[in-house]
Design a protein around this ligand. Structure first.
Ligand SMILES: O=C(O)CCC(=O)C(=O)O
Length: 200
């Protein structure tokens, strides 16, 4: 697909009012990724994702509904290995830049080495149930960076299971980054809704 045709997938940059406060350790960076860099991400993901081995696979189970996923990075050998290959250098640089920007608001974020990456392709029918991304013993507070390209979604964060823990919903639009780490590294998170009409 031509790069110019992919421009239709980009969200027009809109300045949004600041949303409600997020839990400590979670930083939303609206419009952090410029349109050109978003296109690079799509092109790169399509190239890697459509390889015969190690590319996108369909995930549809009790946690993840109707989503294409691709795993890249660290576990390329041994038990639990996958064949995706390393995280592209430009993506690593973007993750590091996001953490550096987030650290201005949340200086406690520990350093991280972005050596593992999941690419999720959502449609309007996709959903990701509440879950915790298990931290490694080596870097228990190392931040996670989520970068959005394309349609907007609701991203929900909650300190624990059950109603006594307030659910914080942040609307992520194309070009946004969300960083969570330190004491919030083990926060529950989910994507209950993708906004199909968000381009209009
Ligand atoms: O798509 C996202 O940013 C969330 C992904 C996620 O939580 C996961 O894949 O475990």
């Amino acid at each position: 697909m031509k790069r110019s045709a992919l421009e239709d997938f980009l969200e027009p940059a809109r300045v949004r009012p600041r949303g409600p406060a997020l839990p400590k350790g979670v930083v939303h960076l609206p419009l952090f990724v410029a349109p050109d860099e978003q296109l690079d991400l799509i092109v790169g993901a399509l190239e890697l994702g459509t390889r015969p081995r190690g590319g996108f696979f369909l995930c549809n189970n009790e946690k993840t509904k109707r989503m294409k996923m691709m795993n890249l990075g660290r576990r390329t050998e041994g038990p639990g290995c996958h064949e995706g290959g390393p995280v592209p250098e430009a993506w690593r640089a973007l993750a590091l830049r996001s953490v550096a920007a987030a650290r201005r608001l949340e200086p406690s974020f520990p350093p991280m080495d972005p050596d593992v990456c999941v690419v999720n392709v959502y449609t309007a029918l996709s959903k990701l149930s509440p879950h915790v991304d298990v931290p490694t013993r080596r870097d228990p507070g190392a931040p996670i960076v989520s970068v959005s390209v394309g349609l907007a979604c609701d991203f929900v964060l909650q300190r624990g299971w059950g109603k006594k823990h307030k659910a914080h919903t942040v609307r992520l639009c194309g070009g946004d980054a969300l960083v969570f780490g330190g004491g919030a590294r083990g926060i529950l998170h989910s994507v209950p809704r993708v906004h199909a009409q968000s381009h209009e």
